[in-house]
Every structure is written in C-alpha cells, then in structure tokens.
Design a protein around this ligand. Sequence first.
Ligand code: ADP
Length: 616
Amino acid sequence: METFQSAPRAVRHDVRIVWMLAAAIALVVFLIDALTPLDIAIAVLYVIVVLLVASTGNRTATITTAWGCVVLTLIGFILSHDENVSGGALARCAVSLLAIGTTGILSLRNQSTTTKMQEQLELLNLAHDAIVAHDMNDRITFWNRGAEALYGYSAQEAIGQPIHRMTQSNSPVPHAQIRTELLRSGRWDGEITRVRHDGGEIVIASRAALLRDANGLPRAVLATSNDITQRKRMEAELQRQRDALKRSEAFLLDAQRLSRTGSIATRLPAGTMWWSDEAYRIFDYPRDVEPSIDAILARTHPDDIGIVRGAHESAIGGACDIDVEHRLSLPDGSVKHVHFVAHRASTEADGDEYVGALMDVTDTKLAQEALARSTAELAHVTRVTMLGELAASIAHEVTQPMAAIVTNGDAGLRWLNRAQPEIAEAQQSISQMIRDAKRASEVIARIRAMARKRDSQPATLDVNEIVGETIELVRRELGRHRVDVRTELATPSPIVQCDRVQLQQVLINLFMNAAQAMSGVSGPRVLRIATGESQSDEGYAQITVQDSGTGISVDNARRLFDAFFTTKAEGMGMGLSICRSIIEAHGGRIWAESPDEGGARLRFVLPENQGADDEH
Ligand code: ADP
C-alpha cells in the first residue's frame, strides 16, 4: 500500500523554481531544435517541461505548457527546415508532438486522480475519529489529524512505526485472534487499551476493515477509533453507584420494615404523592392504590380527621415542618397510632416538595399507656395501702370526736330531760357536738382525697420535708419490721420540681423493699436515708436509701429495674420499674449499688430546682 501523508505535511514543491527550471529546459530544447541541424527528435525533451509543470499540480499551467511546447516544436521545425522537408524530419516532428500530447493528457489525468485522493485525505482529516491505516506487518501507513490528537504522535513520528508496539495495544482479545477475524470476515470491532505519547492510558473503541488488492491479497488494515476512556470511567462509576444504590435501597426497605416507618413524598399544591412499601403496609392498602390525601383521610380515625386535614392545610400554606400524631382506623376494625413527621425538601416553580416519615407507633403507644395505667394503679394501690397503715392513727382521730359527740349528746339530752330543761346548757352541748362532727368529717375528707386517683402534678418540693413525711407514713410498717431508721438530711435541703405523691411513692417503694430485705436477717436492721447534692451529677439532688438486708446478687442487679422481675413469692416486680419511670420522667436516674459493708444501696438523682431556694 502507498504511504500517504496528511495534506499539510505533503512535500511542497517550490513552484517558482520548478517553473524557472521548466522555462530554462524549454529554452535550451528550442534553441537546439531551431538552430542546430541535428537529425534527432530533440523536441521530445519538451516532455520533461510538461512533466515538471504538471508536478506543481496546476491544471491550467499544465495545459498551457503542453500547448506551448507543441507551438515551440512547430516553430522549431519551421525554422530549421526549408521547403525540402524530408520524410524523416516530419516523422520526428510528429513523434515529438505525439509524445508531448500524450504526456500532457496522462499528466492531467494523474493530476485529477491525485486531487481526488487529496480531497479524500482532507475529508479523513476532517473526521474527529482517529483514522489509521497499517500494512500487514503492522507498519503505519496513514495517520490522520484525529490520530495525532488522540495518541499524541505526529504523522511524521507515527508513519512507518509498528502500530501495536508504538501504542502498547492491549485488548481482552489477543492480537492473533483479531487478525484471524479480520482475514476471515474482513472486519473487527472492539475495545483496545493504548498508551499515548505522554504515557497516559486510554481506552478506545476501534472499528477495523481489511483492504485487499486486485488479486484479493490482504494489503492493509484501515481502522477508525475514538476515545471512550471517560465513558468507560463513567460507566464504571455508574455501575458502582448502581450497586451501592441497590444495597442502600435494600437496607432502607429492611430498616423501614423493622422500624415500621414508611416514607411519603408529596408535591404541593398539585397533591401528587409517593408512598414507600412500608407506608402502603401501614395504611393497609394494596400497591395499586393511587397515593393521595383522600386515601389517607379514608384510613384516618374519624376523631382525628381534623388533625390530618390541619397538617395538610398547613403544608399547603407553606409550613416548613409537619409533626402530627393521629390514629388510623383500618378495615379490619383495628386502630393504629401513627406519628408523621415531614419537612419541605425543595421549592420549585411548580410547587413545594415535602418528604416525610410515617411511623407506626402503636406498640410504643400501647406500652406507654399500659405503663401509665400501671403507674396510676400503683400510685392508687400504694395510697390505699398507705390508708391501711394510716387507718389505725386515723381511727384514733375519728374515734375521739365521735366519743365526744356521744358524750355531748348524752349531756344535751340530760339537760333537756330535766323537769326544768336547761336550754342554754343543751345549746352548748349541741354546739360542741357540731364542732366534733366537723372535725370527724374533715378527717374523713382527708382520707377521701388520698384515695382518689389523680394525674402527675409537678410542684416545687423540699426533699427533706418529703422524706420526713414519707417516713411518717410508713413508720408503723417499719416498726412492725423492727427497722431502725437513721436519717442524714442535708442543710439546706435540696429543692426539686416533682409530683409530690409520685416522689412519696418512690420513697415508699424503696423503704418497703429495704424493710422486706431486712426481715430475714438476724443482725441489726438499719435503714439509712440520706439527702444531699449529687457528687457525680452536678446540679442534681441525690437521695440514698441504704439497708443492712440480704443485698442484691450480681445476677439480679442486671434485672432489678425490669418490669415483673421479682424474687418475692407475693411480689409483682413492678415497684422498681415504676420508680425508674417516675424518676426518668422527672429528668433523673435511679440505680442500685452493693456497699462493702453488705446490704443494698438504692440511689436516685433529680434535677435541682435552681433559684427556687427563695420560696423555701
Ligand atoms: P417486688 O418488690 O414486687 O419484688 P420490685 O421491683 O420493687 O418488685 O423489686 C424487684 C426485686 O428487686 C425484688 O424482688 C428484690 O429481689 C430486689 N430488691 C429490691 N430492693 C431490694 C433491696 N433493698 N435489697 C435486696 N433486694 C432488693
């Protein structure tokens, strides 16, 4: 195959020199032809002149030169011959003219072929793709501008080099196989990794075709290539992200299922919605239901429709965050509690996009309700138990005014039954009866108030005062267990913000547990109750209840505060669990320790009510 070079690098003849040379030769030939009596066809040498001019590629100049040479040949012939022209001379002239004519025509034809080829080469250079031709020994024979740009080698550097070695070609398919395929089918396409002149590695998509000569023998390979390095990198990155995406999608689905949290996206005001699988499950809708606010309202508990509508309207009104809790009423009659939190994720010309999480909090809600119920129950039970404890002392208080009423009643009757009734005395007895009856009913009213259930009512409390009061409430019970109560109350007394009855309840539980733990021991039964500032938690008041009882085993220590954990035959195992929920609800914490001297030490801390000191 011929070696082509791209047009700008084609050997450029210095046209002027060529023309001058051609003119000089033409002059010499003419002089010899016209002035010397040589019997040879010297005019044939005009062929050189025509060829020289034709080599410049100028078509008009070639035609003009050819005709000029014809004219010069004729002039030379006329000048060198008189009327006696020999047949030989005529023949020589004819041969010269024929030679000039033939050369001119052939040169013109060659010129048009070359021009066409140049045009085609220019076209190849216009292509963005790299176009390379190489012979069957892999030697590069054509290298367009696209190839120069892609590989960084100029055509001059590349032509004649073995393509695969120069560019360190590497392909998943061996070269031999590519060659076999080319020879078999005449074409091959695939990806090849190559190294640029600057050392950079590139991946190219290459399409190669085999060129055969007139005899069908393979002569060359023409290949067009383009750089797909960036595309490959992006494909790889895309692929990686698609993995990653699939994995996180799976994680998300799992997480949604496990946490019973669905996702809801809404575009407002259009109202178009998207629900995740878990959202469908929470609403108990099949997947073919179109998500919409109406579909949500259809599942909303009739009493909570207002809440959902309100949230929807505030989102339409442009609220940034939505946070509502409501109930769903499902077709099977069950009720679910859900917590929906959403925020405005983006604002576009056609509206706002909200994304939110819908959490099924039914279990949590039911557990909370159960705990609240049992806390209330226990508070109630404790108070009723306390009533038992108090009954004796109360009975004493009530019996005394009752006895006084009876005595005064008797006295009053006696004053009236006299022959001469003593009205004034009887009046006094009746007034005393009324006073005593009032006293008795006050005592009863106090008992009634204690027995009534009520909600948590935080108040500013003096810790020492509550400890003292509670000890008094259970003193009888402690006495029955022969417990020696010792108090170490800090001055000034810590002040906390807490529900009085609940704090008493915690203390009663701790005191009673201590009393029960000590009931089986033979040694001294000491209950130490201490108040003060917490050493570990700054700004917290600490209350310590320590006993000299059986103590807490390592195994039990872990489960002490678990609901229903009890080691007592008659125990419920709710006491410490409720103590913990009460303390934590007030921002504190409770824990148990095993002191070196034996027994158990239960401690809890509550945030101190700063600045409340003045009130107390
Ligand atoms: P209950 O008193 O009904 O068993 P609690 O929750 O009050 O329920 O107590 C759980 C368990 O913790 C008790 O059964 C007991 O084993 C242990 N415990 C609680 N207080 C003490 C203590 N002061 N000394 C030893 N063990 C204790």
